[in-house]
Design a protein around this ligand. Structure first.
Ligand code: MG
Length: 271
């Protein structure tokens, strides 16, 4: 996780498209109240032990904030889906189509995560949904605190479906609960069909795996059955849905999946 890879998350900026960015954050360490940076200062002998306890501490703090997000969302009858993928798998294109097709039935809101630029939030807004952009700077994932702050800016309507488009990365986003109902992992057929077993944690955490860009299957060396078998070997409970966000093929089953899960809502924890 990030205590190991060294990326920071306290330099995140949150911007509504159409508004100028509050400030260009170039000095993340000035806001150094985050545990991540302590790892820079430990002695080499202790790095391994310190890193492990730091990971546990960071994740425990995140889990607590994620649970608060979940409660906040449930109180407003909003269901959130956390979309993850490697860069370029088609998350934003999938969301553009989804917004166009669903927004007349139910309000849709989107939190966009990227290291830099407002480009995706602008695309989402143009497609017809309320959107906010989180720029993580050096960070490689969204965390629950960024989502909490983004929700304050976004102010989604009660009853909305909230999509959280994570930073394109199949590693760290697997570990960070954001308060979502389910994680949706998007893999495209232009990637290797062995990606699930290369990044098992992400696929093991998924409620749904979308295999996107199926319109390109005739042109690429991607075996759909092999990919699905790898996903099932890691996560037998995950749904798998081949589709093309560009052509719309398979999108009906995606909307059915959203419907079933959105209507089931959050199940209160019993402990
Ligand atoms: Mg995107």
């Amino acid at each position: 996780m990030c205590a190991t890879c060294g990326c920071g998350d306290d330099g995140a900026t949150i911007t509504l498209p159409g508004h100028s960015q509050p400030h260009d954050h170039t000095h993340p360490h000035e806001h150094g109240n985050d545990d991540h940076h302590h790892v820079d200062h430990v002695h080499v002998d202790n790095v391994h032990t310190e890193t492990i306890s730091l990971e546990q501490k960071v994740l425990a703090k995140n889990d607590l904030l994620a649970e608060q997000n979940r409660k906040w969302l449930a109180e407003r009858d909003i269901v959130a889906f956390n979309l993850t993928s490697s860069p370029g798998a088609g998350k934003t294109t999938l969301l553009e189509r989804t917004i166009r097709d669903l927004v007349s039935h139910r309000p849709v809101a989107v939190i966009e995560g990227d290291q830099e630029t407002l480009l995706d939030a602008e695309r989402i807004k143009a497609a017809g949904a309320r959107a906010v952009q989180v720029n993580t700077g050096a960070g490689c994932h969204l965390d629950a605190d960024m989502v909490r702050r983004a929700l304050e800016s976004l102010d989604p309507e009660p009853g909305s479906i909230l999509f959280i488009e994570n930073v394109g990365n199949l590693v760290c986003p697997a570990l960070f609960d954001l308060g979502e109902l389910s994680k949706v992992v998007v893999i495209s057929v232009t990637e290797g069909d062995d990606k699930p077993i290369k990044y098992p944690h992400m696929f093991a955490a998924a409620g749904l795996v979308i295999v996107n860009k199926t319109d390109l299957l005739p042109y690429v060396n991607f075996d759909l059955e092999t990919c699905c078998a790898y996903v099932r070997s890691l996560n037998p409970a995950a749904d798998i849905l081949p589709m093309s966000a560009t052509s719309g093929d398979g999108s009906g089953r995606w909307y059915e999946w959203i419907d079933v899960h959105a209507n089931s809502g959050y199940v209160p924890k019993t402990h």
